[in-house]
Every structure is written in structure tokens, then in C-alpha cells.
Design a protein around this ligand. Structure first.
Ligand code: ADP
Ligand code: ZN
Length: 529
């Protein structure tokens, strides 16, 4: 006979203590649990690591029946079920990795009322058979994890999520929850609408991570900057360095080791035993710097990560927030550091251009990138910008690079006009478009083969920007790109003028630019005003 269900009807706090070994609920957890236990629907917005799982697992245990958890991440599903089973919870999952035999056993156990929790991938729920199966048993609560996947505007849209809206009709009286760690105001609204949760209570936790200091700087010499950042951290600090490609992960880890930093690589292309050894060392030893692709960190529970460094630009502010959020989970001071450059912007625009998918989808990706760049190029508080992105207002934080040292700005109107008019001339008069490097050569009056063969030394703007150095010009280009005054196009990232360029050319739009890079390049090339 199946073991008798131990917890239904228990006090949630007793379940928390006996199943998880925790003393108390955190933040909104207790309120959410009691709201759901008493039958209410809930939309839960909580940053990663804040403890969303408890908020649906405890009600599932306390209420009569099986808790249904919709989760799109098969690996996480697996880990969670394993952890639950280890705690004595009767949990199972249904997904495409299972054999038909195993699946049948799980289905039978559910119908027989022997499961506390059942994890299901969203695509399974998009099918009548699964829905019929679920109706043959009894559900205690329905939790839709990663609920932002329902948003077509979000960075993680999954069409299968749209079909989850009718679960309310299929299972009347079963409280439903939508949970996510990433939601702008718009996504938040969409979740309520598309998952049909009109009367759900919304629980919105603050996204602020006050112990994380945000620092973003322009790339000048990436490796040197990374090494000096890491060496400035307290001895023995554990950290994660995120890179975009596997090759860059390996090369960076190797380079850091030559600099006396205890770095290990981690990416999906490494043999499984190397990955698990490196991961184990990162978790157990002091002061390991894990150089990894963004896949690393999901489900990794290491509270004392002291820094997260990005050497490539994340694709979105959501991604940046999630990755940097892996620092300082213990509440002690931590740093999120990033270096970004023009190459990042051009590379990402190219990836977007080349990605399959519709125009509107690409446009979305472009907007995510623009929001990320706006965070990079902001002259205001980084945290304010970041929280503002998630629809939360705040005052300047005093714990980010721009607050600690107000970025100097300078009037970039004239250089912007020179650059824009060069682009316009080349386009109108010769039907040509070029990348930043060549345009800067023209403005600086460089004597290159390409300039001579193209006859670009006869352009009226040739040499007109010799007062700024190469790095200075790159900073101008980057900031104009960030604001959409310039647009990078095609495989080579050739530059075209964007919509706001007209106002700049007329002198109707001021162009304050960050000075950052300017102070770094040699003063001999500085403007002589
Ligand atoms: P999320 O899903 O929001 O990213 P998790 O549910 O995975 O977060 O929880 C993050 C970590 O916090 C886990 O290690 C979890 O065990 C722990 N945790 C959650 N709630 C509590 C609590 N009330 N007391 C102690 N630890 C908790
Ligand atoms: Zn700040």
C-alpha cells in the first residue's frame, strides 16, 4: 500500500521545518503560502535565489492532492525532483526524456493519489492526453514556473505557455500560481492576462540587491582590465567570469592562470568529468575563479560568490541581472563588474541579424540589446537604471561606479555631426557604407590604402575629426549606437544613421557623452579647443 500522506492539513511552518530543515519563512514566503493554502491565486515576482520553490511546494504538501509544477527547464526539473525525494517528498516528473514504461508508472502513481508533486514540461500540457490524465487525479495547486515565458515581448517566449491559460477552467477550485524572476511591468501585466489570473494576488519582491556593487567600464585592454579587477578583490574571493564563447572561456581561464589566478573553465563542450570536477572544486575550495558560459550557475547554490565579471556583453538586462545575481547571495558585499566595447555591440547586432525568426522578433532582440547598452552608457546611477528596467523606482544608490564617481560628460554634438554627415555623404553620393574603423580613419585623416583607393581623402570631412583619438571616436560611436542615433547593419556592422540622427544634425538635440574612455587615451590627441 502507498505510504500515507504525512503533511496534508499540517501547519506550513511545520512542513518547512520537517521537510526542508529551515527555521522560518523568508520575505513574502509566509504570506504567499498562506494565501495559496487557503485557495487563492497568486502571481509571484521574486528575484532568482529568493526562494520561489518553497512558495508552491509547501502549499502542495499542505493541501490535499498533488501539486502540479509546470517548468520548462528539464535539467532543473530533474534536480528539484531529486532534492525533494531526498527530503522524503513523493515527487516525480513527466518529460520527453523518459521511457514509456517509466512514464506509465508516474501516471499510475498520480492517478492513485500517491504523489505530492508532479513536474511537467509545458509542451506536455499542450496535449489533450496529458490534460485528461490530470483530470483523473486530484490537484492541490498548479504552479507555473518561469511564467515570463508567456510573454511574446520577453527574451524567453515559449508558445506552449499560451495554452496554459485554460488550466483554470479545467481545474476549477485549484489555486494557481505564476512565478518568475524576470518581469518588466509589461510582462507582469501579460502574465496575469494570458494565464487568466484576473483575481490573483500579486506578490512583488524588491529586485534590489544592495550588497552588490555594480561596475561597468569600457574595454580598452580586456585581459589587463580583468586581471586588475580580480587582483583588487580580497584574497581568496570566489568569482565567476562570464564569456560568450567556449573558446573565449578556455583562453581566458588559461590566461588568468598564467597571471597567478586560480581559474577553471566551464562550458557545455567540456567532457562531463572535467565539468563536474571543476564545479565541485568551485563549490568546495576557496578562491576559485570559474570562467564559464552563461549556462553555468543555473541551479548552482554557492552563497559566497564574491564577484561576477562579464567580459562579453549580456544579451539583455534580464540576463545581466540574473547572472550578476549569483554574486553575494550570503548578503555580504559583492561586486558585479563588466567591461564592454564596440566589438560586443557589432557582434551582437550581427547575431541578431543572422538569427532565424521574424522581423518583430529581431526587433525585440535589438531592443533588449539597446536596453543593455543604455545601462552601460548611462550617466546616472546603474542600480536606478537596472531597477527601473524592472519597473521599480529607487534613489541613487551610492554603491555603483557612477554614484561613487560621477562620470564626466562632455558635449559630443559637433563630433556626432561630423560622423553623421560623413555617413550621409558616403551613402548619398557614393552609395557606400562602412564600419566604424574606416569611418574613424576618414575623420582622423588617416593615410591608409583603403582611403587612397577609395579616394576618401577628398571627402569634405576627411581629417575633420583629428582632434579626437581612435579610442575617443570609438566611444562616441558606441554611445551614439546605444542611443539609436547610429545603427549597425549587416554582416560587417556597417554604420547607418538612426531615427534621432536628424535632430542631432540640425543641432536640435544635445549629445552629452561619457568621458570615460577619453581620460584613458593619450592627451596628445585631445582636442585643442
Ligand atoms: P528561486 O527559485 O527563487 O531562484 P530557490 O527556491 O531555488 O530560489 O531557493 C534558493 C535557495 O534559498 C535554495 O537553496 C533554498 O533552499 C533556499 N531557501 C529558500 N527559502 C528558504 C528559507 N525560508 N530559509 C532558508 N533557506 C531558504
Ligand atoms: Zn548607484
Amino acid at each position: 500500500a502507498p505510504p500515507r500522506r504525512a503533511f496534508s492539513g499540517s501547519d506550513p511552518r511545520v512542513v518547512l521545518h520537517e521537510v526542508y530543515g529551515y527555521d522560518d519563512f523568508r520575505g513574502d514566503q509566509a504570506d504567499i503560502v498562506s494565501h495559496v493554502v487557503s485557495g487563492g491565486d497568486a502571481v509571484v515576482l521574486m528575484p532568482t535565489g529568493a526562494g520561489k520553490s518553497i512558495t508552491y511546494q509547501v502549499p502542495a504538501l499542505v493541501r490535499e492532492g498533488t501539486g502540479l509544477v509546470v517548468s520548462p527547464l528539464i535539467a532543473l526539473m530533474h534536480d528539484q525532483v531529486e532534492a525533494l525525494v531526498a527530503n522524503g517528498v513523493r515527487a516525480e516528473f513527466l518529460n520527453s526524456t523518459q521511457s514509456p514504461d517509466v512514464r506509465r508508472d508516474v501516471e499510475r502513481a498520480y492517478v492513485a493519489g500517491e504523489l505530492d508533486l508532479l513536474y511537467v514540461a509545458p509542451e506536455r500540457l499542450n496535449n489533450a492526453q496529458t490534460k485528461a490524465l490530470l483530470q483523473r487525479g486530484r490537484l492541490s495547486v498548479i504552479a507555473i514556473d518561469e511564467a515570463h515565458c508567456v510573454s511574446q515581448w520577453g527574451h524567453d517566449f515559449r508558445p506552449d505557455y499560451l495554452a496554459l491559460g485554460d488550466l483554470g477552467e479545467l481545474f476549477p477550485g485549484v489555486p494557481r500560481m505564476a512565478l518568475t524572476a524576470t518581469a518588466t511591468r509589461e510582462t507582469h501585466r501579460e502574465i496575469g492576462e494570458r494565464l487568466s489570473l484576473p483575481s490573483a494576488r500579486h506578490f512583488v519582491a524588491s529586485f534590489d540587491r544592495p550588497n552588490i556593487q555594480y561596475r561597468i567600464e569600457p574595454k580598452v585592454d580586456q585581459r589587463r582590465q580583468l586581471v586588475s579587477f580580480i587582483k583588487a578583490q580580497p584574497e581568496g574571493s570566489a568569482g565567476i567570469v562570464y564569456a560568450l564563447s567556449r573558446k573565449s572561456v578556455e583562453q581566458t581561464a588559461e590566461y588568468l592562470r598564467t597571471q597567478g589566478i586560480n581559474a577553471l573553465p566551464y562550458h557545455a563542450g567540456l567532457p562531463a568529468d572535467v565539468r563536474s570536477t571543476n564545479q565541485r572544486r568551485f563549490l568546495r575550495e576557496d578562491g576559485i575563479v570559474m570562467v564559464a558560459t552563461i549556462a553555468f550557475g543555473m541551479g548552482i547554490d554557492k552563497p559566497d560568490v564574491r564577484f561576477v565579471a562579464h567580459i562579453d556583453l549580456p544579451k539583455s538586462v534580464e540576463g545581466y541581472y540574473q547572472e550578476t545575481g549569483r554574486a553575494g547571495r550570503d548578503g555580504e558585499p559583492a561586486v558585479a563588474w563588466m567591461a564592454y566595447g564596440l566589438g560586443d555591440v557589432v557582434q551582437q547586432r550581427r547575431l541578431i541579424d543572422q538569427s532565424p525568426g521574424e522581423r518583430t522578433y529581431k526587433m525585440r532582440l535589438g531592443q533588449h540589446l539597446d536596453a543593455m547598452l543604455a545601462l552601460c552608457e548611462t550617466v546616472g546611477c546603474r542600480r536606478q537604471n537596472l531597477l527601473g528596467y524592472f519597473g521599480q523606482t529607487s534613489t541613487p544608490c551610492g554603491n555603483c561606479d557612477t554614484c561613487l564617481e560621477a562620470p564626466e560628460t562632455w558635449d559630443g554634438l559637433v563630433p556626432a555631426q561630423k560622423l553623421l554627415s560623413t555617413i550621409v555623404r558616403l551613402q548619398r553620393e557614393r552609395g557606400q557604407a562602412f564600419g566604424a574603423g574606416h569611418l574613424i580613419d576618414i575623420l582622423r585623416g588617416a593615410d591608409t590604402d583603403r582611403i587612397r583607393t577609395q579616394g576618401h581623402n577628398s571627402l569634405s570631412t576627411y581629417g575633420l575629426g583629428a582632434d579626437l583619438g581612435d579610442q575617443e571616436w570609438r566611444s562616441v560611436v558606441r554611445q551614439l549606437l546605444a542611443r539609436g542615433i547610429l545603427v549597425a547593419q549587416g554582416d560587417y556592422g556597417t554604420l547607418a544613421i538612426g531615427e534621432p540622427a536628424g535632430a542631432v544634425l540640425r543641432g536640435a538635440e544635445p549629445v552629452p557623452l561619457r568621458r570615460d574612455v577619453l581620460t584613458r587615451s593619450s592627451s596628445s590627441t585631445r582636442a585643442k579647443k
